[in-house]
Design a protein. Sequence first.
Length: 301
Amino acid sequence: MLRVLVVVLLAAAPAWGAGVVEVVTTSTDLKALVEVVGRDAVRVVSLAPAVHEAHSVEIKPSQLAELRSAALLVRVGLDHEPWLEPALQAVNERRFQPGGPAVLDCSKGISLLGTETARVRDARGVHVHGFGNPHYWLDPENARPITAGIRDALARIAPTERERFEMNRTGFIAMLDERLERWTRTMAPYRGTRVVVFHETWPYFAKRFGLVIAGAVEPTPGVPPSPSHLTELVRRMRESDVRLLIAGPESNAAMVSHVASRSGARPVTLYSSVGGDPTARSYVGLFDVNIKRLADALASR
């Protein structure tokens, strides 16, 4: 009986030994950031793919097995992951409950935007962005607190590796600083440019790089817009000389084309997650791709 109890306890709380730290993240962006801090001391899998319907992810049985064996769950937090709760219920591990010892909620310590947005209901239930806009990783400055949290969480699991985690993070931040200076310089001529977004994914990105979001095709996150809203949006875009319509690879292509053709704005596809474009293979690479696509679109106007 004692032997069985010991086996159960070990299964419920994986311990770090000589091997790598097993980590599960809720996004490819957090996966990329865990990897830059942990390097070869971690093995990371993301529950969500790079491109998926907003706030909707189908979890496979193999991913539940990965979650069960993970030493750490790294999540976006807020209410960005309504699909995560059923997975956690299926795994049924106390350590993964909110505030649990095996969970890192990366939204803690972030200066959130959109905290005044009211929660709404539609046919599918309560929707998102009620606690603040959750797309905070799209401001590269927020990689600082995110990676600091990752460093500390990994060091709690593998304390003998703390110095290595710190060195890895320091090198990453130095590279990020250099790239951020370059991205800011590239976007400087376009500061104050008015844009419309398809989904409220881009406030952090826009604030960092000086864009002004003049409206959204989806006035409420995840809720299809009414014909009257689209008509009014197109009118305002014409009147205020909106130059760009920012969409994602998951956006409704027909609706993007409809709004762009009637408003005269140029549509541009940006990627909100690492791997959304094959060339955006890292966190820094994601911004390299998006800044280039955005600058090219603005320069051609």
